[in-house]
Design a protein around this ligand. Structure first.
Ligand code: ADP
Ligand code: ZN
Ligand code: ZN
Length: 761
């Protein structure tokens, strides 16, 4: 390992060593030589093997482990964009460290794809530099004479704003001088629009739609008064006006020149929210960041955030890594949602990373004399608000133990909008037509007559989850997976939802030749056609991943629903989240029971959240709402809590269970997963990993090697090994020691991964 440079003075024009993060699955950084003036955080093009690859300068060093003649020079500094800030680099270092993922891969994965390639970034608006207020106030006559290049730049900028390329033309060391001037705050980056109209200087319009309720006002005050970091859990029932709290907090922050980061779980929700927040803040620039954007647009939005021009950044989990020089508030909406957790590559929880980001703004610099932390920013931190009607047990527990501050909204904001009445229909003694009970049909009929909308929620797409032979009991299993092939009657296909394998529906049983094959269980398509048969006049719309596959389909459907061109909606969880359909008064839930006896200990927590959310769609605007749940266990505490809208009671039951079983949030976990063509190799790898783990003799619990919940997927055998500990620190110490041992195990034909704070079992 190379030693960081301590002294600070670099001989002029010497080549020095930069340590570069590359998208390579190794924990190390890579040393190159560079002319001085390459800033920490700068993108560089470097030779690696026979290729040229893009990397990010993470630090400087005086010397290297490598012999001097083996260190290659940086090919090119990609300085058409600003370097990544020290704050962002700190965040990425933390992620690599906490999730035990190679640093280089962590850093590169945080960039939009365009910035990971050496293609020149063509700006719609090229970045330019101008004098700041303090820069304009400088007396150049007093400026140290020997700082010739800095002086030349300051003088040039008195005329007009200039691009990096124009400044580079002033001197070979202009890049280094510019960096010093930027750090001193005398020069600042701008884009042509901000030149004409700086957002900090103009009046910001705020469309204040509502007078806050007392509870909302208390929540806003608590966060607004937070001095620096504070984590707030905003627990508000559906329709309680959490969004209004966000809007007022944003207003507070925007007025002080801050930027806001708002994380939401789903891409589908971002266009609506974008429009909504634009309507509230018509002249604060808002950009969105999510994987649904074309790469060019995503890059532009990222750059606008980095330049400080975008004041509001709205995005899904990947947006947590957006550079935000004036970040002053983070909001995580629907914080309990599991889509904040990435399930491959860097397996991070965007919520948890956001909390870390809010809590620390310490700046990081490895051995670079010029990267001195600016003390005003270094330890301030910013407030973060986690919003949910059904907080994750982790967050709720933290709020109860005082680590987070709990803010409650206990009633719906609109006085007329009461929480819906929730009833259970006991299916153990009910007659079902395609999975639908009589009382449910009667309730739907009533809504049709009143001209109100209903939603039938079933979390399974397709016609039926499996096809069965009535003679021999054959079931349509997937040849590649441990799962079943789902019947898609409309396409006349059996399809595996795990590996995508599909085949025509057989005419006869492949096992005995019998031609009477029956669908077992229900999916959205079956419910749709059963309802259509029962209510031929009704306008029924199915909303699931199959029906919304085409681009724009879901948007068109939403419009249809709003225009009341739909009577009954049949859909999956896509419909549960965040939508506001004013004429919807009935929500029916079919078949939620499997979660009650799932092997995943979080299944019932998720079910409650999902049902509370889907129930929250009913009766949001004045008309009373009703929720009917078909279950064989109407007395289960989950349904009791739902009926009483009592999240706290349910959370208490779950927390007691988790505590006695030794599950999160009372322990911290890490999961080692492996998969491969040969089961013996998979298990041998995990057994060796286990042996290595126990040999470390550290105070963590190492479980046995077990098959995964889906033990075979796409022809790969899958198994796992769980490690846990009552506190984070020893678990992290253990992982730090274990990870290199894992890297050293033979695993050529396997894929394996380490998942910290895993959500899936
Ligand atoms: P949540 O996000 O908590 O589910 P919303 O923010 O969507 O709730 O608010 C629900 C409804 O209540 C929206 O139609 C919103 O315009 C309205 N609303 C929110 N706050 C107020 C308020 N203080 N006065 C009147 N209506 C409000
Ligand atoms: Zn058969
Ligand atoms: Zn399959």
């Amino acid at each position: 390992m190379s030693r960081p440079e301590k002294s600070g003075v670099m001989p002029p024009h010497s080549k020095h060593i930069v340590r570069v993060a590359l998208d390579i699955p190794l924990a190390t950084l890579f040393d190159y030589t560079a002319a001085d003036g390459v800033a920490v955080g700068q993108r560089v093009l470097v030779p690696f093997g026979r290729k040229q690859v893009v990397g990010v300068v993470m630090g400087c060093a005086a010397d290297s482990e490598l012999a001097a003649e083996r260190i290659k020079p940086v090919t090119r500094v990609l300085d058409e964009i600003l370097p990544l800030s020290a704050e962002l680099l700190t965040l990425l270092r933390f992620c690599a460290d906490y999730y035990h993922h190679p640093l280089g891969m962590t850093v590169l994965s945080a960039l939009p794809a365009r910035l990971r390639s050496s293609q020149p970034v063509t700006f719609k608006e090229a970045l330019q530099y101008t004098l700041s207020a303090s820069g304009r106030a400088l007396d150049l006559g007093e400026f140290p004479k020997r700082k010739v290049v800095q002086q030349r730049i300051l003088t040039a900028l008195q005329g007009s704003a200039l691009s990096a390329a124009q400044l580079r033309a002033l001197s070979p060391s202009a890049a280094a001088a510019l960096k010093v001037l930027l750090e001193a705050g005398w020069v600042e980056p701008v884009t042509p629009i901000t030149l004409a109209l700086s957002p900090r200087e103009r009046e910001l319009t705020f469309n204040n739609a509502h007078t806050l309720t007392t509870e909302q006002q208390q929540a806003v005050d608590a966060v607004a008064q937070s001095n620096g970091y504070g984590c707030f859990l905003l627990h508000g029932v559906t329709g309680s006006g959490k969004t209004e709290v966000y809007v007022h907090l944003m207003n507070h922050v925007l007025r002080q020149g801050g930027q806001v980061l708002l994380l939401v779980p789903e891409i589908n929700l971002t266009p609506q929210l974008e429009n909504y927040f634009r309507s509230r803040f018509p002249d604060a620039e808002l950009v969105s960041l999510h994987s649904g954007l074309a790469d060019g647009e995503r890059t532009q939005n990222w750059l606008r955030a980095q330049s400080g021009q975008a004041r509001i950044v709205l995005g899904t989990r990947l947006a947590v890594f957006t550079p935000l020089p004036q970040l002053a508030l983070i909001i995580v909406d629907e914080e309990h949602d599991s889509s904040f957790k990435q399930q491959d590559g860097l397996r991070y929880s965007a919520r948890d990373v956001a909390i870390f980001r809010a809590s620390t703004r310490k700046e990081y610099a490895e051995g670079c004399p010029t990267a001195t932390p600016s003390p005003s920013r270094s330890q301030r931190g910013v407030p973060i608000v986690l919003g949910s009607a059904t907080p994750s047990l982790e967050s709720y527990y933290n709020a109860q133990s005082g680590r987070y501050k709990l803010l409650q909204l206990t009633a719906r904001a609109l006085a007329a909008a009461k929480l819906p009445a929730v009833h259970c229909i006991n299916t153990s003694n009910a007659l079902l037509h395609h999975g639908i009970s009589e009382p449910l049909l009667a309730a739907l009929e009533q809504r049709l007559q009143r001209g109100e909308q209903s939603l039938v929620f079933i979390n399974r797409r397709g016609y039926a989850p499996v096809l069965m032979c009535t003679a021999c009991g054959w079931l349509s299993g997937c040849a590649n997976c441990a799962g079943k092939l789902v019947l898609h009657l409309r396409d006349r296909l059996l399809r595996c939802h795990h590996c995508g394998q599909q085949q025509r529906v057989p005419h006869a049983c492949p096992s005995c030749g019998n031609t009477d094959l029956q669908p077992v269980g229900i999916g959205t398509q079956r419910v749709e056609s059963a309802l259509q048969e029962h209510f031929p006049q009704a306008r029924i719309l199915r909303v699931d991943r199959d029906s919304t596959r085409n681009k724009g389909a879901w948007n068109a459907m939403r419009r249809q629903i709003h225009d009341e061109a739909v009577d009954i909606l049949v859909g999956t969880q896509m419909l549960a989240k965040g939508h506001d359909f004013p004429n919807l008064t009935l929500v029916c839930v079919l078949n939620p029971d499997s979660a009650l006896y799932s092997s995943d200990f979080r299944a019932s927590e998720k079910l409650f959240a999902q049902l509370a959310q889907v129930a929250g769609r009913a009766g949001r605007a004045g008309k009373p709402g009703e929720v009917l749940i078909q279950t064989a266990f109407p007395d289960h505490p989950l349904f009791r809590a739902l009926r009483e809208h009592d999240y706290a009671a349910w959370a208490k039951i779950l927390l007691t269970e988790r505590q006695s079983a030794g599950f999160p949030p009372f322990v911290y976990q890490a999961m080692l997963r492996a998969e491969g063509k040969q089961g013996t190799e998979v298990f041998a790898f995990l057994q060796q990993a286990r042996k290595a783990a126990t040999a470390l003799a550290l105070p963590v619990e190492v479980y046995g090697v077990v098959p995964a919940a889906m033990p075979r997927r796409a022809n790969r055998i899958r198994a796992q090994l769980l490690v846990q500990c009552a506190t984070r620190k020893p678990l992290q110490q253990f992982l730090r020691a274990w990870r290199p041992l894992l890297d050293a195990l033979p695993a050529q034909k396997l894929r394996w991964s380490l998942d910290i704070d895993p959500l899936e079992f």
